[in-house]
Design a protein around this ligand. Structure first.
Ligand code: UN1
Length: 509
């Protein structure tokens, strides 16, 4: 039973509706960003708990890797079915705990279901290769084996989907997980892990996922340095990646890094503005600007700059009316995650003004309680300003004119991150250039659709300071497995590769 002194009754009832036990009580306060009330107090993972989680994951790995791959796929399918059945209460929990509007929270839970479907299909198609051997009577194979326990560190902004991208694929690959969720969103993590656990336990696998709500130090640091995890998959800021990556590299482990994005969209002189403006507003304002795929910079052909700005202003004026309680169906913009995020928003707006940007719409925080800010449109008619090179995790869109596509592509690429990008055009030549080797340098390049809202079937991730990792679809599964090159000699003799003649006693004369 939920501990009434530690858990808000709404949260307790939601866990009951999802059909999972409530999280273990402790001292870590989980705060509703829309009301600043405490939703629950959960147990933080100390060093002993982190060590136990790693040990559990090792045991689970031993059991999981013995199951046939399609059987693992069936477990992931069953887990996906449980998530499908609990979609509504799970979406409400995500909206309450993280603050994204309910429509987007439903979308996030759907993303969990989708990746389970994808992973189940993968469990019937994940294949190695037979490669040509230069030696007579030899067969060369490439096989894929489970890798081991994976440490998965996730951010507050996608409290269930990003773990699912990792785990649905990783479980099919035969890996077990320790999940270190954001300290802002442990409830969503416990709910999702609670849906998975019994499915695997029924198949004799205990600990396919263990949640460890570890603070950065000492818990998370110890997990990152723990060589029982051959792979650390980490989503968060570039600053977090710069701490985690060298620590994993020092023990020669592998990482999948999904770090910051400072994504741009380009509108050229031929673009369909009805479509472009809608895509840009969703990209810039969705999830209150707290997606790593959020559109933060917009480069518009100078001939259409004024028109685009006017249309954006009209759209933003509507959106600004719909800030509020994320569980209210009419609301499009929920709160930022915490007070520090609001301060960073205010600093960025002030800096943009000081550097010559002018705030067209928004720019203010809303009075509390709740960490609400206005979606903000900043015109930069004189071209780029320094603050545009920074990723502020808030709904601020900088809009600058460009003379041509070359200038726009150069501006798109002129930031340290390389996650997502978009071009709005009707010109196939422009599309070709944008998607070419000399075009966008990002992991995601879209034409006539926005920077955010990727589907699970493609590999998700970005270049440069975004970290280079890929998750979810396509062949991202390969990162969760170890590759083995196998040669079988059926010739009855011993021809050596490269034609080497290395005779020893015992060879036929
Ligand atoms: C993230 O912000 O970390 O493409 C992930 C999107 C979502 C995932 C974003 N499907 O916007």
């Amino acid at each position: 039973m939920p501990d009434a002194t530690h858990t808000d009754p709404w949260i307790a009832a939601t866990f009951e509706e999802i059909g999972v036990p409530p999280p273990p009580s402790g001292d870590l306060a989980v705060v509703d960003p829309a009301t600043e009330t405490v939703l629950a107090r959960v147990a933080a993972a100390d060093l002993a708990a982190c060590d136990a989680a790693a040990a559990t994951a090792c045991e689970a790995f031993g059991a999981l890797r013995r199951l046939p791959i399609p059987e693992r796929g069936q477990l992931v399918r069953t887990f996906g079915d449980r998530v499908r059945a609990a979609k509504e209460p799970l979406a409400r929990l995500v909206a309450r705990e993280m603050g994204k509007c309910i429509a987007e929270a439903r979308g996030e839970v759907q993303e969990v279901v989708d990746i389970c479907d994808f992973a189940c299909g993968l469990s019937r198609s994940l294949a190695g290769r037979v490669l040509p051997s230069e030696r007579p009577g030899h067969t060369m194979l490439e096989a894929w084996h489970p890798l081991g326990p994976v440490l998965c560190i996730t951010a507050f902004n996608f409290p269930v989907a990003v773990f699912a991208w990792n785990a649905a694929i990783g479980w099919v690959c035969g890996d077990s997980f320790v999940w270190k969720p954001s300290l802002h969103t442990p409830l969503s993590a416990y709910a999702l892990a609670g849906l998975a656990a019994p499915v695997f336990e029924e198949a004799g696998v205990f600990g396919a996922v263990t949640v460890a709500v570890a603070p950065p130090t000492p818990g998370t640091l110890a997990l990152v340095e723990d060589d029982r995890f051959p792979l650390v998959s980490a989503t968060g800021s570039c600053a977090m990646g710069r701490v985690v990556a060298p620590k994993v590299a020092a023990r020669l482990g592998r990482t999948i890094l999904e770090l910051g994005g400072n994504n741009a969209a380009i509108i050229d002189e031929t673009a369909d503005l009805d479509l472009a403006v809608r895509a840009v507003v969703f990209g810039a304002v969705g999830t209150a600007g707290q997606r790593c795929t959020t559109t933060r910079r917009l480069y518009v052909h100078a001939s259409r700059y004024d028109e685009v700005l006017a249309r954006l202003r009209a759209a933003y004026e509507q959106v600004i009316e719909r800030i509020g309680d994320p569980l209210d169906e009419k609301i499009l913009v929920g709160p930022l995650v915490d007070g520090r995020a609001v301060e960073r928003f205010e600093t960025a707006v002030a800096t943009a003004r000081a550097q010559g940007g002018s705030v067209v719409v928004g720019g203010r925080r809303r009075p509390g309680p709740g960490h609400f800010v206005e979606p903000t449109l900043v015109a930069v008619p004189g071209g780029g300003i320094d603050i545009m090179a920074e990723e502020t995790f808030a709904p601020i869109l900088y809009v600058a004119p460009v003379a041509d596509l070359d200038e726009a592509i150069a501006a798109n690429n002129a930031v340290e991150q390389g996650l997502s990008s978009a071009l709005f055009t009707r010109d196939v030549g422009a599309m070709g250039r944008f998607l070419s080797a000399e075009g966008s340098d990002c992991g995601i390049a879209n034409v006539n659709t926005g920077t955010s809202g990727a589907e699970v079937g493609g590999a998700f991730g970005g270049e440069k300071a975004t970290g280079g990792g890929r998750e979810a679809g396509s062949d991202a599964w390969k990162a969760y497995m170890r590759r083995q090159t196998c040669v079988v000699n059926a010739s009855g003799t011993l021809p050596l590769a490269q034609g080497i003649d290395w005779g020893v006693a015992g060879d036929p004369p």
